[in-house]
Design a protein around this ligand. Structure first.
Ligand code: PMV
Length: 357
């Protein structure tokens, strides 16, 4: 597939006066079936499935002008950010074969997250997908085409940050080749939002910020530890089965199974971390307090609220729109006390990236 995009990339001479600005917003996503463990070339060991979020987004502007060589400046929230600039430069240099026109451009990138920087929410999915969409938009202008190819955007976003490939599609995305979804691939994500049961079309995800501290172990290091995890082979088999099941659940709207799969996947992710060598733990006492409260609330009320976890201590509370009022009251009354500074973010399934003015 990569060769196709290399062949299709704009490779001509840009006009001397080629300049302008593009702006895209792209959201974060939350995995229901987790990607944890990868192969050479940032390819996943198992398929993963995620909801695309609505409110946790990155907004990125790229101003560009013709130059005799590639140049880049990067500002986050109006300030230069050396670490992020280097990450972007490395990514672009490694994949110039897919974006050769960059050799003729000076880029000035400005980026901003709609969620607080210190919320502990991983921003690489939203930021890398927003950046890639801006770059492909510039290429689109150079080629005189009318639309950005979202599959190519997903492919490039994956090379920047694995799970970012799932952020470019509306509502729900699957990344990883599986016989359970036609067209699926290890190289990019695909969406199947038109097959989503009505209850999931407006599903909620409230993100409870247990800690806003920087992660002790990066997800890069976490993925690497899966290479020597004694449970790796069985994890990948279970993840394949969970993928098959969640596809069915998302289609039928079976909330009882949705609760089971999402919570089991979250716990498996953290169990894998705990039995890695060296072992590490990202959940915190308040993560477990919240989990216990959610399970009790579900037992008492029969409301199908469930939780999932990212690679960190924060808890994503998942629930249908029809129960939003009562669940949000429960969060305020019972769970907010376990959040850092009482902080949580009300989010829900969203429509994916869009171009901004
Ligand atoms: O995309 P990465 O390398 O940051 O890994 C993401 C890993 C998890 O967030 C834990 C799971 C997932 O599928 O998003």
């Amino acid at each position: 597939m990569k060769q196709t995009w290399i062949n299709e990339a704009f490779n001509g001479e840009l006009p001397e006066d080629f300049h302008g600005g593009v702006k895209w917003q792209s959201p974060s996503n939350i995995a229901l079936v987790k990607y944890w463990g990868k192969k050479e070339g940032q390819l996943p060991q198992n398929p993963s499935v995620s909801f695309t979020l609505q409110n946790c987004r990155t907004e990125t502007s790229v101003f560009f002008e013709k130059s005799d060589r590639f140049g880049l400046t990067f500002r986050f929230d109006g300030k230069p950010n050396e670490a992020f600039q280097q990450k972007i430069e490395r990514f672009l240099m490694d994949h110039l074969d897919c974006l050769p026109f960059l050799n003729q451009l000076d880029l000035h990138i400005q980026s901003h997250n709609t969620f607080p920087h210190s919320s502990g929410i991983a921003s690489s999915a939203s930021s890398m997908s927003a950046l890639v969409l801006c770059l492909l938009d510039i290429e689109r202008m150079a080629k005189g085409q009318d639309k950005v190819d979202l599959t190519k955007a997903s492919f490039l976003a994956r090379l920047a940050s694995g799970s970012a490939c799932r952020s470019v599609f509306p509502k729900v995305a699957l990344w990883g080749a599986t016989e359970d979804l036609k067209g699926s691939s290890d190289e990019y994500a695909v969406t199947f939002y038109d097959e989503l049961a009505p209850v999931f079309q407006s599903y909620h995800d409230s993100i409870l910020i247990v800690s806003d501290a920087q992660k002790e172990v990066s997800s890069r290091a976490g993925h690497a530890l899966m290479d020597v995890n004694p449970y790796a082979a069985s994890r990948y088999a279970v993840a394949r089965n969970d993928t098959k099941e969640i596809l069915d659940v998302l289609h039928t709207g079976d909330l009882e199974r949705f609760v089971q799969i999402t919570e089991s996947e979250a716990m498996q992710l953290h169990a894998l971390m705990m039995c890695s060598k060296p072992s590490f733990t990202l959940i915190q006492p308040n993560t477990l307090r919240i989990i216990q409260n959610i399970r009790e609330f579900r037992m008492e009320t029969d409301i199908p609220v469930s939780f999932t976890l990212d690679a960190g201590p924060n808890v994503h509370v998942l629930y249908p729109d029809q129960d939003a009022e009562i669940v949000e009251r429960f969060i305020m009354d019972e769970l907010e006390r376990y959040c850092h500074g009482g902080h949580w973010i009300a989010d829900q399934i969203g429509m994916g990236p869009s171009q901004m003015n």
